[in-house]
Design a binder for this molecule. Structure first.
Ligand SMILES: Cc1cc2nc3c(=O)[nH]c(=O)nc-3n(C[C@H](O)[C@H](O)[C@H](O)COP(=O)(O)O)c2cc1C
Length: 167
């Protein structure tokens, strides 16, 4: 399990190899098992597999190079009608997004998290493109596929970031 965490990298080039629906469903299930404030589970997902939609959304996002070759993308959205208190959906959706990245890695896939929140222009453009109801807020976009690039595990443990009992 810890290797999954340490070896997950943002992958921006993917093989031309489809991801089967069962695997996507498993990854989404892992997302839905994320913790959420007061267990409100204020989220929805849009799974993107169509090339035309992929191309359109790539053009809506300034840093979406990974969508060039990704066979699947998952957009995580928050539901402000369900969240526990204003803006709690943001932390809930971050937990969902990370669960998805780790589940995908565990299942042999690679991913790249692309932020939509807090870019207001990007939030509005995705909302318009997918005709989202007012209470549904696009939060993150995740490229999913079999990586065509390998990245080494970096060293990130930094003892200077740890404070015990006081700053
Ligand atoms: C909130 C957030 C937003 C990000 N947005 C983008 C993005 O728009 N495009 C992209 O290619 N990568 C994006 N990333 C991925 C980061 O660049 C990446 O996680 C970071 O460089 C560390 O590399 P690693 O994921 O391989 O460990 C984002 C990551 C996070 C957590």
């Amino acid at each position: 399990m810890l290797d999954t965490i340490y070896d997950r990298r943002s992958i921006r080039k993917y093989l031309d190899k489809p991801v089967d629906e069962k695997t996507i469903a498993e990854i989404l299930k892992a997302g839905m098992y994320a913790p959420s404030a007061v267990n409100k589970q204020p989220w929805h997902f849009i799974v993107i597999t169509e090339k035309t939609v992929m191309r359109d959304i790539k053009n809506l996002h300034p840093y979406a190079a990974s969508l060039e070759t990704a066979p699947v993308a998952i957009m995580v959205c928050g539901d402000t009608a369900l969240e526990f208190a204003p803006n709690f959906y943001l932390t809930d959706c971050a937990a969902v997004t990370e669960n998805i990245l780790l589940a995908a890695k565990w299942l042999g896939l690679d991913t790249c998290w692309m932020g939509i929140y807090p870019w207001e222009k990007t939030i509005n453009e995705f909302s318009d493109y997918f005709k989202l109801p007012d209470n549904i807020k696009p939060y993150s976009l995740i490229a999913v596929g079999y990586g065509a690039e390998k990245k080494e595990r970096p060293e990130r443990f930094d003892v200077s970031k740890i404070h015990v009992n006081k700053w």
